[in-house]
Design a protein around this ligand. Structure first.
Ligand SMILES: [Zn+2]
Length: 392
């Protein structure tokens, strides 16, 4: 009897092996297995994709639940990004924001590079923005739908490949995040004894308009002309353009993998991302001077947060820099908001209070015209270079 029992136990184990294998495989697979009907399916198998749950409503209708990466996200940028298969009939995809409200007008792409806004009449907002229904006519290709253009770590990597060949540019990896992604540094340096300017980006994953501005800003500094040559003979640039690569690649709304807002951690350095960068900054500070920090973000409108009047150096620099652009304002209208330093872990406050330098948060509007962002950012880079050379 004992032998027979062992046999049946073995047979039982052999029988459940395929089931175990399927369970293991589906737990590794990022897309819920039920996100499919007879006529179309949805997945999130690409960088920066995100939705939290999928529910099939009808054969031509799927609901996607959208929620932040953890329960501590208090300043929501409700990101979503998914891919849908081809379909031969009209279909409906419902975005269901459990506790939050719709913010980003959905964009569509076939190649993750060229994006356009989905037509207004195909986007129906209901329940005060808690629910949005997207309608898609029959389509023969896979298409990506996203809150904003997708600028994942791959976008930064292709940019690094282009600029790393430019004279005096060094791209290096400073260390890895808890998700195993690298924190990279762009160094533009002619003479290591010259003073340094810090440019920081993408602490908050959905803030891609700030990333467009940072890239254009650096490209203008690298442009081969008399002003940038003169500037780079007198100043060096250090940029950490992607401070939160885990959050960016995982489609987070705000935080890193440790449920923290990195722009509340400067001065505390409790997170791996900020401490990797702080170690690098300390090496510079041993022998060199730093003169300016600009931190690129996005919000509803174009805003520059600067020091208040009591912090004279920061206030005067920002006024001189930004007011020169009053003539650009038709293209790129912006507000200048002086704010008091608080010890709240915001990069702007930390850099100003710790090093006494002008420190500015460069906020770009979510919907600001993309060409205007690039154009104004290049103009702002030029006037920063002129101003720093005058002050030299
Ligand atoms: Zn931000």
């Amino acid at each position: 009897m004992k032998i027979a029992q062992n046999h049946s136990a073995l047979r039982y184990f052999v029988n459940i092996l395929p089931i175990l294998a399927i369970l293991l495989f589906s737990s590794l697979n990022a897309t819920p297995s039920n996100c499919e009907t007879e006529i179309f399916k949805i997945d999130r198998d690409f960088l920066s994709s995100n939705f939290s749950k999928c529910e099939v409503l009808e054969k031509n209708s799927i609901r996607l639940y959208l929620s932040p990466e953890d329960n501590f996200v208090s300043n929501p940028s409700p990101w979503f990004a998914f891919r849908k298969s081809a379909h031969q009939e009209e279909i409906y995809i419902e975005l269901f924001y459990e506790k939050f409200e719709h913010r980003y007008h959905p964009k569509i792409s076939n190649d993750l590079i060229n994006w356009k806004k989905i037509d207004m009449d195909k986007v129906k907002i209901e329940d005060n923005g808690k629910k949005v229904i997207l309608t898609f006519k029959a389509n023969s290709d896979y298409t990506y739908i996203s809150a904003q253009e997708i600028l994942s770590s791959a976008w930064y990597d292709s940019w690094y490949e282009i600029i790393r060949d430019i004279k005096n540019v060094t791209i290096s990896e400073l260390g890895n995040t808890s998700g195993g992604r690298s924190i990279n540094k762009i160094l533009i340096e002619n003479d290591f004894e010259n003073p340094y300017i810090f440019l920081i980006g993408r602490q908050h994953p959905p803030e891609i308009t700030g990333a467009f501005a940072l890239k254009a800003f650096i490209e203008q500094i690298l442009d081969d002309n008399a002003l940038s040559d003169d500037f780079l003979n007198n100043y060096n640039i250090i940029s950490y353009p992607l401070v939160n690569p885990d959050g960016v690649d995982l489609g987070h709304w705000r935080h890193n993998l440790r449920e923290k807002d990195l722009n509340r951690d400067w001065g505390f350095f409790s997170q791996i991302e900020t401490s990797i960068i702080y170690d690098d900054i300390r090496k510079i500070l041993n022998d060199n001077e730093i003169v300016l920090m600009i931190d690129f973000h996005s919000t509803f409108k174009n805003i520059f947060y600067i020091q208040d009047e009591l912090e004279t150096a920061g206030y005067n620099f920002a006024q001189a820099w930004l007011l020169e652009h009053s003539s650009d304002r038709n293209d790129y209208k912006f507000a200048i908001k002086p704010t008091k330093n608080m010890e709240n872990g915001v990069a702007k406050n930390y850099f100003n209070s710790s090093y006494g330098i002008p420190a500015i948060t460069f906020e770009v509007g979510d919907d600001t015209d993309r060409a205007a962002i690039i154009n104004s950012s290049k103009n702002l880079a030029n006037s920063m270079m002129r101003l720093l050379l005058e002050n030299n």
